[in-house]
Design a protein around this ligand. Structure first.
Ligand code: AMP
Ligand code: ZN
Length: 486
């Protein structure tokens, strides 16, 4: 098991050695999407980052229980317990039942993540499937004196909690400043304190998604679902809690407060936050209107896009940045990633065609060490990609007959690529993963070979030029003929 992994903990604001509470088991909870609309590319960045972390933990020998929820209730438009319910509003707009909205966008979310070749989480619980657990947790928080009822709505008492605990532990903000900067009470002025937030919200006559509770009909607040579901599946204390950076100040701050008020335990040992995908420096978001859908990016059908980019190009573009750095979208940056990804995939397609020699001009161990070191340094994927380009250079050099590699080193090279490109980064060759295209090309290359053997150069040239006009380049060498996309 890999024991040298360092990860950045938002809670302590430093990199720490990863020491799970119950190794080799690891519990990881990541806040999932709010499924009232399509996920945009920014959301995908966060889920792809945690997929990388999940994959690397597994590669490191840990048995990971990865819980990623689906928020399908309780999300109001305002962040202060005000505004319309997002699901109900969308349901009216699309003339669907709220759970049809939930189903539609959950399926869409899965489709998108599948295109990015991310692994499914171990458990994907929904807020609506855990109303009882949320009610039980709210009861416990009330019993402990940290929440109060006000006209059928239950609020968390931040002031009371702050007498014992540090409400701003995650972001290190000053509570006095926060109070001074918070508008007057949200909700129906039922709150005692400005920072209090709803655990349970009383249904209005028109509320569509509602459940019975000891306080009358209503629905849960947004934050309580994650506290209830993480506790249910990972326990009151678990290893990693993650999400996008925008969640730290409110959602995760309130989650910590709820969990501590319930069980007197800080729920997660390591809090991890991914940075934002931006467009011209502005965070990509549904409300800013700058959020393209992944399909628009793939097809190029968006005013900001000069052309379409494939899912693996987009994923490669994301992996070329560290998950804690902002990543700004631009056509130029994606163009560069497309070239880089193609270069890597071309090299990989040659790997099986290399013939080992008696001796070796190259040693692969230092490259493997550098990749592991980089991933152990808070999942530094851009450094790994630089190493993979070095490995690609070796492959090309050997393939071009300008260097030799021994059987032992070649095996290491293959293992390196399998581990880091496919297993840890979850990349795949979009050209060769198209089996039908592959088989047809193999057959055409075979026909061309037969034509050449029969000295029918007119036919063999016709095949080569025909393929070239379709963007497929043939390359002849003494090992045979290979193809790549021009
Ligand atoms: P939501 O569906 O809005 O609850 O967001 C789902 C996840 O995407 C959360 O973890 C957010 O923090 C994250 N997220 C939202 N916008 C961005 C962005 N522009 N870049 C990266 N992650 C984001
Ligand atoms: Zn959450």
């Amino acid at each position: 098991m890999n024991t040298g992994l360092q990860l950045y903990n938002t809670l302590t604001r430093k990199k720490e050695l990863f020491e799970p509470l119950n190794a080799p088991h690891v519990g990881m909870y990541v806040c999932g999407p709010t499924v009232y609309s399509d996920v945009h590319l920014g959301n995908c960045r966060t889920f792809i980052s945690f997929d990388l972390i999940f994959r690397y933990l597994k590669y490191s020998g840990y048995k990971v229980r990865y819980v990623r929820n689906i928020t399908d209730a309780g999300h109001l438009e305002g962040d202060r317990d005000e505004g319309d319910d997002k699901f109900a509003k969308r349901a009216k707009l699309e003339q669907l039942e709220p759970m049809e909205i939930v189903q539609k966008y959950t399926l869409g979310f899965h489709d998108v993540l599948r295109m990015f070749n991310t692994l499914p989480p171990s458990i994907e619980p929904t807020a609506t499937g855990h109303i009882i657990e949320q009610i039980e947790m709210i009861k416990e928080i009330m019993n402990n004196g940290y929440a109060y009822e006000s006209n059928g709505t239950i609020y968390f008492d931040v002031e009371k909690y702050s007498q014992t605990y540090n409400y701003t532990i995650l972001t290190n903000r000053n509570l006095e400043d926060m109070l001074a900067n918070t508008r007057e009470l949200g909700g129906q002025n039922e709150k005692r304190g400005r920072l209090d937030f709803a655990l349970w919200i009383k249904a209005k006559p028109e509320t569509l998604m509602r459940w019975a509770s000891p306080w009358g009909e209503g629905f849960p607040g947004w934050h309580i679902e994650c506290s209830a579901m993480s506790a249910k599946y990972l326990g009151a204390e678990f290893d990693i809690h993650g999400g996008g950076m925008d969640l730290a100040a409110t959602h995760h701050t309130n989650e910590i407060a709820q969990s501590e008020a319930c069980s007197h335990k800080q729920p997660a040992k390591y809090w991890m936050h991914t940075n934002m995908l931006t467009v011209n420096g502005t965070r990509m978001s549904k409300s800013a209107g700058n959020g393209f859908l992944p399909e628009q990016l793939f097809s190029g059908d968006h005013a900001l896009l000069e052309k379409g980019f494939s899912p693996m190009t987009v994923k490669f573009f994301m992996l070329q940045a560290h998950y804690r750095s902002t990543l700004d979208f631009s056509n130029e940056a994606l163009d560069a990633s497309e070239k880089g990804f193609k270069r890597l995939m071309n090299a990989l397609s040659l790997l099986d065609k290399l013939t080992p020699a008696e001796s070796s001009d190259f040693e692969i161990d230092p490259i493997i060490d550098n990749c592991v070191k980089a991933m152990n340094d808070d999942f530094n994927s851009p450094v790994v990609i630089a190493e993979l380009f070095e490995a690609s250079r070796i492959i090309n050099t050997v393939y071009d007959g300008k260097g030799k590699i021994s059987a032992v080193e070649l095996d290491k090279l293959k293992q390196l690529m399998q581990d880091f490109v496919y297993d840890i980064f979850g990349l795949k060759d979009e050209e060769t993963s198209n089996i039908a295209l592959n088989s047809v090309l193999d057959m055409v290359i075979d026909l061309r070979q037969t034509a050449k053997e029969n000295k029918d150069y007119a036919t063999s040239d016709k095949i080569r030029l025909g393929l070239q006009s379709m963007g497929i380049q043939l390359k002849d060498s003494k090992e045979g003929t290979t193809w790549n996309k021009a």
